[in-house]
Design a protein around this ligand. Structure first.
Ligand SMILES: [Zn+2]
Length: 635
């Protein structure tokens, strides 16, 4: 989670660190609490707060009350406080617990209920708008019907949301035979997960102090039993929490939220750091990223130069690749297995019907637990892929002096290649990647700007004429991975051509960058294109015995020559396994002894690191020589 707010010179970035607590000390009895004992006491507190939340949700989860809270105006006409529990109290919505607990515990329960109701307000507005303008044929909306729907939808509603909510209403109509009255009838009450929202408390229930090094000490009042009867059943417990290295020394820490998962106390600790304001325009060096067909991400570095009195975009022609095909294949296996389990559960639920206790119940419970486990693993893997890719992309940009990263706008991606290719990376992983990129970019002082995706891979970056796509450079048959321009002779990887186009599109449209005042996200909606010139970097030293080439290789030979990197099995280097670098073409004798001369270039494709990162292969992040004319400028 990332948020932005701040003054003109600096911006406050808020993020949440995921920590865990393994022990505590009861301050009254000086007893050491081991992991299980601490988890049990936190669970009791979370249970008491969740009981209050459940009572409030049961009473107020209806369209009228959700609307009242969402409108943000109290009964006296004054605006409601931002804190959820305070807003609930202003409206007179309170619930009491049956056990002995302080007012702060009530506040936690009220805060959780207010958050659930405020989240439901957006859904309520969506459903109310869709029901009010329900068309005759929900599968085909006329232009007028779309326009009337857009007028009643809440701010920030996306087309995907409209589609999903419309499907929900269609399913309700098919089952019940009439339109629902509102959200209350369409949805079940939201599930209440036990959690300890310490942000709703003051110093009389919880304190947080930074102790030596990377530790903080959290002091919190915890019950001694699941049903405390008096004040004696509560005591202060101090809990040491180790901060992850991503929390800098100067960060401002906020009171955390505690949860218990699998016998462990999880501490979600929000913190704020100051970061410089990133300008929207005026960038000279940028990195363009394309969602690859061959690879997960392909990047191209480009810069703006003034050459003979005119502004030009130049690139060095080196593709930067990030591939995680092993992890993505695993992700898809989990997705397929999850879909299969979902179908099986639905089938068994139909067989079971609405009867009382049933022999299928035990099996259903097992399958549901398995399904939830699969979904959690899939989410975790997607999160890992997205953050590893974002870290790599930001490192590549700042290592080469880039101050801006351009990515395709997810909303404008065209599903041109059918379902099979589109399913390669899910929209959720792409969205997570963009969020991660924005967060890491903001910390590193690197802007992240989305550009329209239209036509990025169908037009030649060099001469802006249509490109043709082939299976490979040596077999010019119609296909996807390779791009060739018959006008200027450009022959390159399709994704690399698209990355160059994205970067030049972004660098040329800098005056048109729009920043959302609410989210701080930067986007180019109307873009202009410019040609990208290729400017080679200085050649690396070839050693004392090799003579530098004095004449250019004819274009025709360069276009049709086999690629320099060929995998052992003859496929292009998009695979998940580390790619062997074989410099000979397919068909030649690869069993010959390797040449004694050292490799001239750095490896192009290496594992990112240990653990999960062994599954990801990427172009190494190394400082490279500058390229292009020295007279840089952007005015
Ligand atoms: Zn061309």
């Amino acid at each position: 989670m990332t948020g932005q707010a701040g003054s003109a010179t600096s911006v406050a970035l808020t993020a949440t660190a995921s920590c865990a607590a393994f022990r505590g000390q009861d301050e009254l009895s000086s007893d050491d609490l081991k992991r299980a004992a601490l988890a049990e006491r936190v669970e009791w507190l979370a249970g008491i707060a969740a009981e209050v939340t459940r009572k409030l949700i049961l009473e107020h989860f209806n369209d009228a009350d959700i609307k009242r809270l969402g409108a943000g105006v109290g009964p006296d006409g004054r605006p409601l406080p931002a804190k959820g529990y305070a807003a609930m109290r202003r409206l007179g919505w309170t619930a009491t617990s049956e056990v002995h607990c302080s007012d702060r515990v009530h506040r936690m329960g009220e805060e959780a209920a207010a958050r659930l109701l405020r989240q439901a307000d957006h859904r309520r507005q969506m459903v109310a708008g869709i029901i009010a303008t329900w068309p005759k044929d929900p599968k085909r909306l006329t232009k007028q019907e779309w326009e009337s729907l857009e007028l009643v939808l809440p701010e920030g509603a996306s087309k995907a949301e409209v589609r999903n909510r419309s499907r929900q209403v269609t399913a309700f109509v098919a089952a019940q035979g009439h339109l629902p009255q509102g959200l209350e009838e369409l949805e079940d009450q939201p599930q209440v997960f036990p959690q300890v929202l310490l942000s709703a408390c003051d110093r009389q229930a919880a304190t947080l102090t930074r102790s030596t090094g990377s530790f903080v000490t959290l002091r919190v009042q915890l019950p001694k039993s699941s049903k405390p009867r008096s004040r004696q059943d509560w005591s202060w417990v101090s809990i040491p929490v180790r901060l992850p290295p991503t929390v800098p020394e100067a960060a401002e820490l906020h009171t955390p939220t505690l949860r218990v998962r699998a016998g462990r106390v999880l501490v979600d600790l929000p913190f704020t750091v100051e970061a410089p304001v990133i300008p929207r325009a005026g960038h000279q060096v940028g990195l363009g990223l394309d969602w690859g067909i061959n690879t997960f991400l392909v990047g191209a570095l480009a810069k703006v130069v003034f050459d003979r009195g005119r502004r030009r975009v130049i690139t060095d022609g080196i593709p930067l690749r990030f591939g995680a095909s092993g992890a993505i294949a695993k992700w898809h296996n989990l997705r397929k297995e999850g879909e299969f389990l979902h179908r099986k559960i639905s089938h068994l639920e139909r067989l079971r019907g609405e009867w009382g206790p049933h022999p299928l119940d035990a099996k259903l419970a097992l399958l549901r637990a398995h399904h939830q486990n699969l979904l959690a693993r899939q989410r975790q893997l997607g999160h890992g892929i997205a953050w590893a890719a974002a870290r790599w992309a930001v490192d590549q940009a700042i290592c080469s002096g880039g101050t801006v990263i351009y990515v395709e706008d997810l909303a404008t991606l065209e599903p041109a290649l059918g379902r099979k290719v589109n399913a390669r990376i899910s929209a959720s992983v792409r969205g997570q990647f963009q969020d991660a990129l924005r967060h890491l970019g903001a910390k590193a002082g690197c802007a992240v700007v989305t550009v329209p995706a239209r036509g990025t891979s169908s037009i030649c970056p060099r001469c802006l004429r249509p490109l043709r796509h082939y299976t490979s450079p040596e077999r010019l048959r119609s296909g996807h991975p390779w791009a060739h321009c018959s006008h200027c002779g450009l022959s390159t990887d399709r994704d690399h051509a698209a990355a160059q186009r994205i970067c030049s599109r972004g660098l040329s449209s800098q005056p048109a960058v729009h920043q959302d005042p609410r989210t701080g996200h930067m986007a180019i909606r109307k873009s202009q294109d410019s040609q990208v010139a290729r400017c080679r970097r200085r050649r690396p030293s070839l050693g004392p015995t090799t003579k530098p080439r004095t004449h250019p290789v004819p274009l025709r030979r360069r276009v049709l020559s086999p690629p320099a990197v060929v995998a052992v099995n003859g496929q292009r280097p998009e695979g998940g396994a580390p790619q062997a670098r074989v410099t000979s073409a397919p068909g030649q004798d690869t069993t010959a002894q390797p040449s004694p001369t050292p490799p001239r270039h750095r490896p192009k494709w290496v594992p990112l690191g240990r653990g999960f990162h062994r599954n990801a292969h990427a172009t190494p992040v190394v400082p490279r020589d500058d390229f292009g004319p020295k007279a840089l400028g952007y005015a």
